[in-house]
Design a binder for this molecule. Sequence first.
Ligand code: ATP
Length: 217
Amino acid sequence: MTEQYAVIGLGRFGLSIATKLFESGKEVLGVDVNEERVDDAHPYTTHALIADSTDAEALKSIGIRNIDTVIVAIGNDIQASILSVLLLKELGVKKVIAKALNKLHGQVLKKVGADWVVYPERDMGIRVAHQLLSPNVLNFIEISKDYSVEEVKIPEKMTEKTLRELDLRAKFNLTVIAIRHGHEINITPSPDKKIARGDVLVVIGENSDLEQFSNIE
Ligand code: ATP
């Protein structure tokens, strides 16, 4: 059966999540107290309806407990966000993801049962700064505080060399896990494969080593 999602709060953040999930073929229920927001969400959701997520009866009547994952994308009304998470967990929703505006809000959301708390403004700020500091980095995922996976544009002077010649493991303490060439991705790159101009390396390693590598001119 298709995985079912509900997004509560159809602002920019909630609607982006709903749209992406819906476009990926998932069943998405959109919920908001605001009629206009619900109307605007119809094309991007399986169903969109008006309900107040701080009202337990309303949540029950829309069958929220049968939904696998619920995203609480309410930000500014901190009280509503906390109460919604609490009710959803009490009603037995397995996975509740909630947006926090700040650290304290996030801590409270965790306390009332949120399975995953996201900080979109903070995380986006970190991402933008990271990309300003390392312009060759196209994308990154933090695996832990110290380790990440990064997509790095190959520096000019490293093109037309093989992975064996580049020897990033010895020189930078990094492991290449894939090479992206246009839309093609090679996840088992041979050590003798030459890296072409414009290729992107997907590398894993310690942040300090990644920073050194991604700042090569
Ligand atoms: P964004 O930053 O995502 O654009 P926003 O600035 O519009 O959001 P938020 O306060 O984060 O404002 O609210 C997001 C949405 O959550 C709004 O559309 C709002 O109507 C909805 N919302 C607020 N409280 C509730 C509630 N109790 N039940 C359902 N939806 C709610």
